[in-house]
Design a binder for this molecule. Structure first.
Ligand SMILES: [Fe+2]
Length: 359
């Protein structure tokens, strides 16, 4: 969990373009000079601390470097160790941007006072207001829908309706979901608090826990696999996990994905819960201007297409196509509660889950 990895992304495209513009007609010499020119092009740097652990994100950093000549230095780890590291580095921190895979951790970093307020007409225009902080402390860059997945051979989707309905005793021993330490679940419960208040939410969590097929274990992929294997007939998971399995090189993963379907809950009321992966400029960032430029780049149509194609997430910018396999599962109404409200409710959500016995 505390593993830190470091990588650096250089815009090869930019270097090549600079060579082409600056040294037209000297092709052979250019080839020899290329390494030196690349160094000259990469003296500007954005230091990114990211909890996203998708190799496909490389394309985002390379396209930023290619577009701006600014290199991305990546420090990759889980969000909490990154937050602790930024705190302990204090005013000497080299970090410019913190990126997380959920609103709960953005909220934590905000509470710790790590983010700088920013103002970007580009970001305000591109990203819906409920998916960014009102003072620009952080911005949602991709959406993840937390849905009900069901065993096609056992469950009639007409019997499914809402998250609330999963606490109905008719689903006893059927519900598969990971532990209450998982931030995706905390954010889901936080969205329930926004919809119903704490008391009603606690009653719901107790009913849900009573319907668990097994004590929580594993990640979202593990819940989908267990559902396909018949351990329970319903799994709560983010959609991209299923799409990843459907596209897998492993026939067993593809088989499992084939056995389950996606149900988007709460379509007749507030809509399906969506979380965000997002980022903010750090208060101690040595290079705040480049940091904001980097976040703006991630909200560009080009980057939004990379989010959609590589990790099968939903873009936050309208008009960007989603992955064709994901699209095959249909469109849905999203809960429009603000991500900030979900963040604010997250501590209370965890206390409720603990009290209600969600391990
Ligand atoms: Fe995930």
């Amino acid at each position: 969990m505390n593993k830190l990895t470091r990588r650096s992304f250089i815009g090869v495209g930019t270097a090549a373009a600079a060579i082409a513009v600056g040294q037209l007609g000297k092709t052979k010499a250019i080839a020899q000079q290329a390494p030196a020119i690349r160094v000259a092009q990469t003296d500007k740097v954005v230091n990114l601390y990211s909890a996203r652990h998708y190799d496909t994100d490389t394309a985002l950093y390379e396209s930023f470097a290619a577009a701006t000549g600014i290199r991305v230095n990546l420090i990759e780890a889980e969000a909490d160790p990154l937050i602790e590291r930024i705190k302990s580095e204090g005013s000497n921190s080299p970090a410019d941007v913190l990126m997380t895979v959920d609103i709960g951790r953005l909220w934590r970093a905000e509470e710790e006072g790590l983010f700088a307020p920013t103002n970007s007409a580009t970001l305000n225009r591109a990203i819906p207001a409920n998916l960014r902080h009102p003072e620009g402390l952080w911005y949602g860059l991709s959406k993840r829908a937390r849905v009900i997945m069901y065993d096609k051979s056992k469950v009639n989707p007409a019997d499914l309706s809402t998250y609330e309905n999963l606490a109905d005793p008719k689903w006893a021993n059927q519900v598969l979901v990971r532990s209450s330490t998982n931030i995706y679940n905390i954010s889901l419960v936080a969205s329930m608090i926004a919809a119903h208040g704490a008391q009603e939410t606690e009653a719901w969590v107790r009913g849900l826990v009573a319907n668990f097929a097994r004590p929580p274990e594993g990640n979202d992929t593990g819940q989908i696999q267990a559902c396909a294997a018949g351990v329970g007939s319903l799994a709560m998971a983010n959609t991209y996990y299923l799409i990843r399995m459907a596209k897998s090189d492993d026939p067993a993963a593809r088989d499992a994905a084939e056995k389950v379907n996606i149900f988007f809950p709460n379509q007749r009321d507030r809509g399906t819960h969506v979380n965000i992966s997002g980022a903010g400029v750090l208060k101690t960032a040595p290079n705040q201007e480049a940091a904001l430029r980097f976040i703006e780049h991630l909200a560009s149509p080009e980057s939004q297409q990379i989010f959609a194609n590589s990790n099968n997430e939903y873009p936050v910018v309208s008009g960007v196509a989603i992955d064709p396999i994901l699209e095959g599962y249909g469109s849905f109404k999203e809960d429009s509660v603000s991500a900030a409200t979900i963040g604010q409710n997250s501590s209370e959500a965890l206390r409720i889950m603990d009290r209600a016995g969600w391990k």
